[in-house]
Every structure is written in C-alpha cells, then in structure tokens.
Design a protein around this ligand. Structure first.
Ligand SMILES: [Mn+2]
Length: 235
C-alpha cells in the first residue's frame, strides 16, 4: 500500500485506561472519561481491548464529538443481544445498547464475518429492524471481497467507526480469544478487508477480544499487532 502511518500522523501510545474489576458501569465511565478529552483535542483513538463491551463507552465518547456514526464491525457474532446472562452490559450486547442510546445510524452498520450458532432466527430481528447490513462468513467465502466493497461504497464521506473483534478470524490463525468460532477468515483475508477501508472517514477504531492466556505461541497477538498497524495505515 506504500503507507507509512508514522510519516502521515503523529502517533502516540496513550497507555492504559484504568478499569474497575467490580463494576462494568464504572469501567465504562472511566473509559468514556478517559477518551473524551483526547477526542475533543482532535485525536483519533485506536483502542485495544479488553473484550467487546469497551466499544460502547468508546462510542459514547465518539458520539459526543461527532454525533451518531456509522459502524463497520468485523466479528464472528453480531453482539446485538439484549442481555447476556441477565446483564445488559457485556461483550454480547454493546451494539444494541449503542443503537438504543442513539450512537449509531439505522442502515449505517455493516457486519462482516458472522457465523456460528445462534439461538434462533429471532436473533436477527433487532438487526433487521435497524437495517444492519450483514456479510456472513459463508457469503464472504463464496463471493469474496466484491460483496464487501459494494457495501463499503455507501460508507464513503460519512464518519465511520471501525471495530475489529479478533474472533472474526479463524481460530487456526487466532486461537487466543474467548469465543472462538471455526469457519472464519484467514489472516490474509483480514488484511485485505482492513486495507479495503482506505479512503473512508474513520473517526476511530478498536481491536478487541485478544486473550493472551488462551493464545498459542503468541500467534493471535502477532496477528492483532499487525492488524492494528494496518488500521493505522487506513486512518
Ligand atoms: Mn464481538
């Protein structure tokens, strides 16, 4: 791609935000409060999880700066459940809360890589009601990049947030994650997908769900680090 992000942007590691292991609500507050001054100063944040729940407080901060945004989500799961084990806040629910809180646009969300078991067809009712665009892993394996490219065209010139759940990648390439799903993308396909985001007005991004204790030979961390670099190249 001939991009050196360090020549184009001033890039700094802001370090860790503190969390409260006893309260997800307080953790969300800390994340939102930690990011807000950066966004207000004109910084774009590439956040590293943590599980997928962190996208919600990040989107709250992003919406304070940009208003509701579009979302491109690479994920094996749609994370649009209402509750997970009775909790409204978890890594299975962030984007339903984001819709409910008015942080996302209807017809402004694209999910790529969905697969695996769901409880039933009604799991997709909420997505359909909000005109979420979905490219399942199965469709992607059949039709390739062209089907994603077609969707990406409608995201041009709009503020878009990108969230990359490492479990979108097949466990053969990224085993170190909490909810691995077989039948996923290869590392090469994932690189190609991130590179396809070039030219969009990306207001921020995150890469989540890498779990070092579950990793094998650090292959997930290696992929995640490279994907993070590739994201910096398209910001
Ligand atoms: Mn997820």
């Amino acid at each position: 791609m001939h991009v050196n992000p360090f020549a184009v942007h001033r890039i700094a590691d802001f370090g860790d935000l503190s969390v409260n292991p006893l309260s997800i609500e307080d953790t969300f507050r800390r994340i939102e409060q930690g990011i807000t001054p950066l966004l207000q100063a004109g910084v774009r944040c590439a956040c590293v999880g943590g599980d997928h729940s962190i996208s919600l407080p990040i989107l709250r901060a992003v919406a304070k700066k940009h208003g509701p945004v579009s979302l491109i989500q690479f994920d094996a799961h749609n994370d649009l459940w209402d509750e997970y084990f009775g909790s409204k806040y978890s890594h299975g629910t962030p984007f339903r809360r984001a819709f409910e809180e008015g942080l996302l646009h209807d017809d402004g969300v694209l999910q790529v890589g969905l697969r695996g078991q769901v409880y039933g067809e009604e799991d997709f009712d909420f997505a359909r009601a909000h005109k979420v665009r979905m490219v399942t892993a199965e469709e992607f394996h059949k039709k390739g990049m062209s089907i994603v490219q077609r969707h990406l065209r409608s995201f041009r010139r709009k503020p878009v947030y990108v969230t990359l759940d490492i479990d979108v990648v097949d466990p053969a390439f990224a085993p170190g994650t909490g909810t691995p799903q077989v039948g996923g993308l290869t590392s090469v396909q994932m690189l190609e997908l991130v590179r396809a985001l070039r030219g969009l007005s990306i207001v921020g991004c995150d890469l989540v769900e890498v779990s070092p204790p579950f990793d094998t030979g650090e292959i997930t961390s290696l992929l995640a680090a490279n994907l993070l670099y590739e994201l910096l190249c398209v910001l």
